[in-house]
Design a protein around this ligand. Structure first.
Ligand code: NAD
Length: 267
């Protein structure tokens, strides 16, 4: 059908901007009712909800700092109260706190691990608990639930000046795979998306000047910076039964960033 996620409920974290906002809109367009999570100001999330409703979809905005257990549990409780249950989690919230290794503070390290890694653990655990409690609803989806972790090419590529971020995404990779192994008997699918360079507020500074943009493009064989919609389409497909046999894997959407473009001349 044109609405492969009809009658499903999704929570998208960090959905007030960038990739999360595009994912929330794509899941809603595919028929899901969407909880649009934000942690800072509500305006971004409210804009996303409004745009979903104008397109005929269902959504509401819900506050939670994903690194806080009590707030994550409250977000799930509010979503379940409103829409009955949850079928899809897109654990997307993430941030950077960049510093040279020699200068990185414990606070910078801890903040990124708390949000990018512990936040994914907390959200995925609450989602899995609800999926196991409810079980498969055959008329709605072949799986009891779907968890999509927003990882990065930096679950594979080392990143000087960003060791906290790279460590968090490397952690997400084995968190995702271990959850996939443990939850498969419950018919829960767990996968990651690994974006390359996508134009969002998180990396605006790395694209400010034409020189910086040229440097960035040198890392991307396909020759363009990605758009949030490039990632949103992958998320909507991965959440659908079209991807029912896919679990425990990362789908990279990176314009070839992982192809070692420094070697393209053959050396
Ligand atoms: P973004 O800054 O536009 O969005 C990040 C979102 O996470 C924001 O809405 C922010 O408010 C939210 N957030 C931050 N801390 C939070 C917390 N404690 N609780 C809840 N929400 C919180 O950046 P983006 O590029 O859209 O990033 C989304 C995800 O994609 C991140 O996990 C990021 O690591 C990943 N990613 C982005 C790129 C890229 O090139 N943009 C590449 C690879 C991976």
């Amino acid at each position: 059908s044109s609405q492969p996620l009809a009658n499903q409920v999704a929570i998208v974290t960090g959905a007030s901007s960038g990739i999360g906002a595009a994912v929330a809109k794509a899941l809603a367009a595919a028929g899901a009712a969407v909880a649009v999570n934000y942690s800072g100001h509500a305006e971004g999330a409210d804009d996303v909800v409004q745009s979903i409703e104008q397109a005929g979809g269902r959504a509401f905005s819900v506050h939670a700092d994903v690194s806080r257990e009590d707030q994550v549990q409250a977000m799930f409780a509010q979503t379940i109260e409103r829409y009955g249950t949850v079928h899809i989690l897109v654990a997307n919230a993430g941030l950077q706190q960049d510093a040279n290794f020699l200068d990185m503070s414990l606070a910078q390290w801890q903040k990124v691990i708390d949000v990018n890694l512990t936040g994914q653990f907390l959200c995925a655990r609450e989602a899995a608990r609800e999926f196991v409690r409810r079980g498969v609803q055959p008329a709605i989806s072949k799986a009891a639930g779907k968890i999509i972790c927003m990882s990065s090419v930096h679950e594979v590529i080392p990143w000087a000046g960003h060791v906290n971020y790279a460590a968090s995404k490397g952690g997400v990779m084995l968190l995702m795979k271990s959850m996939a192994q443990e939850l498969a008997p419950h018919r829960i699918r767990v996968n990651s998306i690994g974006p390359g360079a996508i134009a969002t507020p998180i990396n605006q500074e790395a694209r400010d000047t034409p020189e910086e943009e040229r440097d960035l493009l040198r890392l991307i064989p396909y020759g363009r910076i990605g758009e949030p919609e490039d990632i949103a389409r992958v998320a909507a497909w991965l959440a659908s039964d079209e991807a029912d046999y896919i679990t425990g894997t990362t789908i990279f959407a990176d314009g070839g960033m992982l192809l070692y473009p420094g070697f393209e001349s053959g050396g």
